[in-house]
Design a protein around this ligand. Structure first.
Ligand code: S3P
Length: 172
């Protein structure tokens, strides 16, 4: 397991950060969050990158970070919800290790993200509608690239983590 990476993909609010940290601890791997790297490199929040420079600039930075991570091993990589939008990103992630899709119902996602204010794509008058729209477009992509899917709607982070560990054990 040491030499491998585990890549967490999925929509905003599905639990990638919390589950990813637990998983990294359990597996003895480093925890990496692509959004955190982007914010510390840019010296500004994701909200500010979106408003000052636009989504396309954010996506370029995001792909650049993935390039760097692709050469490394021993990481649990929690990716931003839109990382799967570029096919070249998917190709790179596929070469890094298993892609674990974390999932949650639109209602649960809304409940988890509604007070945070940190997701520029959901800073709109009707976030629930926006969640549905983005999910409609992205769901086929998420599902087609995932090696494992874990619905976190009714699971604790610990339970979700155990499902991933079990899956990884089977793949050995
Ligand atoms: C995005 C998800 C966010 C962040 C950015 C865009 C998306 O990450 O990368 O706001 O397009 O789904 P999280 O999924 O970690 O919230």
């Amino acid at each position: 397991m040491k030499s491998k990476n585990v890549i967490l993909i999925g929509f905003m609010g599905v639990g990638k950060t919390e589950i990813g940290k637990k998983l990294a601890e359990k597996l003895g791997l480093a925890y990496i969050d692509t959004d955190d790297i982007i914010e510390s490199r840019a010296g500004k929040t994701i909200n500010n990158i979106f408003t000052e420079e636009g989504e396309a600039v954010f996506r370029d930075i995001e792909s650049g970070i993935l390039d760097e991570l692709a050469g490394k091993s021993g990481q649990v990589v929690s990716t931003g919800g839109g990382m799967i939008l570029r096919p070249e990103n998917v190709k790179k992630m596929k070469g890094m290790g298993p892609l674990v899709l974390l999932w949650a119902s639109p209602e649960v996602i809304h409940e988890r993200v509604k007070n945070a204010g940190t997701r520029p794509l959901l800073n709109v008058p009707d976030p629930m509608k926006k969640i549905d729209e983005i999910l409609e477009f992205r769901t086929p992509i998420y599902k087609s690239v995932a090696d494992l899917e874990v619905d976190t709607s009714r699971l604790s982070p610990e339970e979700a983590c155990n499902k991933i560990v079990e899956f990884l054990g089977k793949g050995k």
